[in-house]
Design a binder for this molecule. Structure first.
Ligand code: SF4
Length: 321
């Protein structure tokens, strides 16, 4: 028997507009074309979401060559390098692009700033699929990636007059601020992207978790280890004073975590479905435990479906008319 008296559920938490759009795009593609539908890279970084779509006939691949010529292929929410679009055309696959519009925005910034003669520094995690896509927008530009303040000191880009930084959408706001400050100190001429690249969902979830960490002893973040934004939420909770764990689902809970704890906060990464949160609530909320929403910011963002799906629907409607 644990000592928990109260559970606070962070709001907003869980699915963002980009993830909801990408997951629905795979479901709708399966409905329209039937199985199998190939998905290049995990559609979103959550093992439960990927497994559920796999059950319905989605096959996750890492290389387009794994999909037969002419197959239906969905590109994941994280974005893809230019070369993958070229390959998709060459292999004549029917492409549904579920790249989040806020990732596409960063791709477009790469094109625009290079065209305007800027040198770009990308702040992000080396090897993360989103960054691979962004840097692969114009690979010949060889955009350097910095992860940390130390990485800024190691940059070897000379001292270009026109310099801009862009960032991954799912970074820690606090850590990124320190990297940006270091960049500004070394390169006072550096400019920011016109609109913040760290997306609204990352910002809102981190803001909510900061407040949550101040009023709870233990914070559980629901999300997969591969999820960048979920991992950042766990780090944020720890940075703001709570003990925090990233849990993929209810089976990851350790009874020892709850010993002597009265208030537990729960949030979820942008790729984690709500039913995983509710499983955990049900597990902890034995008789007498109060469950409350901890609302920090209302969120209403919604994205329209990928253009290719809109066109397919229009074609189907025309044929039926
Ligand atoms: S976390 Fe942000 S950038 Fe990533 S899919 Fe969600 S809304 Fe888009």
């Amino acid at each position: 028997m644990h000592t928990v008296k109260k559970i606070l559920l962070a709001s907003p938490r869980g699915f963002c507009a980009g993830v909801a759009r990408a997951v629905k795009a795979v479901e709708d593609t399966l409905e329209i074309f039937g199985a199998p539908v190939y998905v290049k890279h995990e559609i979103v970084h959550n093992t439960h979401v990927v497994a559920a779509l796999h059950q319905k006939g989605a096959i996750t691949i890492e290389d387009l060559k794994e999909a037969p010529e002419g197959a239906v292929v969905v590109f994941s929410a994280h974005g893809s390098p230019r070369a993958h679009y070229v390959e998709a055309r060459a292999r004549q696959v029917r492409l549904i692009d579920a790249t989040c519009p806020l990732v596409t925005k960063v791709h477009l910034e790469v094109q625009r700033f290079l065209k305007d003669g800027y040198t770009i520094v990308y702040i992000g995690h080396k090897g993360h699929v989103e960054g691979i896509g962004v840097l692969g927008e114009v690979p010949e530009a060889k955009i350097p990636v910095v992860e940390t303040v130390a990485g800024v000191a190691a940059l070897a880009i000379g001292n270009p007059e026109k310099l801009v930084y862009l960032t991954q959408t799912t970074l820690s706001i606090d850590d990124t601020r320190a990297v940006i400050d270091a960049l500004k100190e070394r390169y006072p001429q550096i400019v920011a992207p016109p609109l913040e690249d760290i997306c609204y969902a990352t910002t809102n979830r981190q803001t909510a978790v900061k407040e949550l960490a101040k009023v709870t002893e233990l914070v559980l973040i629901v999300g997969s280890a591969s999820s960048s934004n979920s991992t950042r939420l766990m780090e944020t909770a720890r940075a703001y004073g709570a003990t925090a764990y990233l849990v993929n689902d209810v089976t990851a809970l350790d009874p020892q975590w709850f010993v002597g704890v009265a208030t537990v906060g729960i949030s979820a990464g942008a790729s984690a479905p709500e039913h995983l949160v509710q499983d955990i609530v049900e597990h902890i909320a034995i008789e007498g435990v109060v469950v409350e929403d901890f609302i920090v910011k209302p969120e209403t963002m919604k994205f329209s479906e990928p253009l290719e799906l809109m066109k397919i629907r229009a074609e189907l409607n025309k044929n039926q008319a």
